[in-house]
Design a protein around this ligand. Sequence first.
Ligand code: PMP
Length: 471
Amino acid sequence: MYNGLHLSFWEPPAITTYRTRLTPEQIDHIDKTHIWHPYSSFSQSTPVFAVESASGVYIKLYNGQTLLDGMSSWWSTIHGYNPTYITQAVCEQAQNLSHIMFGGLTHEPAAYLTQQLVKLTPSGLEKVFYSDSGSVAVDVAMKMAIQYWQAKGQPAKSRIMALAKGYHGDSIGAMSVCDPVTGMHHLFKDTIKQQLFCAQPQSPFNGPFNPADLTDLKAKLEHHHHELAALIIEPVVQGAGGMHFYHPQFIAQAKTLCEDYNVLLIADEIATGFGRTGKLFACEHAAITPDIMCLGKTLTGGTMTLAATLCTNAIADTICQASPGVFMHGPTYMGNPLACTAASANIDLLLSSPWEDNITRIEHALTSGLAACKQLNSVNNVRVLGAIGVVELHDPVDMPTLQPLFVEEGIWIRPFGKLVYMMPAYTITNTQLATLTQGVYNVLTRYAARLGHQATPNQTPINQAPFDAHE
Ligand code: PMP
């Protein structure tokens, strides 16, 4: 069985010489007392498991347990954990240049990565802006679109339109284009800009395309184009808003409509980029080049935090030729050499692997392995696209009950809302996939039994943990 470049073999944890290590008890105490986790509370305890190390597709806990990973740490570790090739590249780079300010200075790792990104992404995306995280990459994209229209003498075009049930990040700017119902808008309504939302496309990825999907988009463009800078979409897969897969034809038509109405198209490929849906970038399913594209998550193969916002020459030239003559953003760690090196090594590793075969192989294994879940009364829908598998339940999950069951089963799955979903490393083997999908079935069976739900799905409300995770 192909397993990447033999990266999924267990490697012993690195020995740290520069300080003594905390004990598991100390970690637990400090964590409970001081550390925020994503979407967490200090007053409601949900289990947090301390990780000693991770290698390949396995996560090792301090209690000695080993978990087969189904999450790729939220879409990022596509080659598994600690891929030697990337780790070595980063270590080498660290001995030469770990960080340098990007204002007025440049370096080879940024130049090399930029060359790769411009070559790989849909043709026409020529300018690259680096930042630290996906949310910031989205903020940058929104600012690019707004500055573009200002530069063109149309400052009224300052709102962004997004799809209902979309998710684009947690910063104040990105949050404003997340779904207004599930996207925390009620908490921050006086702070975030009121954006515009159009209906979520319903045509399934593989089914026929229903042109009615475009009706609301077209109507909103017709009425609001004078105030719209851009439309932002997650191409093909809406992730944290509900793991919804939709028809590429919607994207192709949306691009044409945006052109007709003078509205830019931003493709948020932070989750879908680098092969996850079966194409290197999900926009390729629709054969379009967006005006602006956001990348993040697995840009570095899950080794460092880095994001990029790419745009066309037309956008960059317009911004740069009008007052103030510069694009107004500049993070401290912009173009960090270690992160750029990790990203280049990640791309090399991906392109030298049979990644397309792997995605097809994983898609088949998830489809057959998760089919049994359809028989469970608690399950509403099972769907698979590329290396993404989703089991949608009728009710939101009770995380304090469900999460430990996955750990007991020896697999790492982190559900949110009604969704039990997985997007494993591309290097996962078929045997490991069978273990993962069988584990999901076993856990859901035990979970239903524990909640006494087998016979009567949908009737007893489950204690809701609304989201972990818009991730
Ligand atoms: N856009 C999409 C489509 C995402 O899935 C995410 C991350 N969940 C983001 C943006 C935000 O990225 P980050 O968490 O790195 O800020």
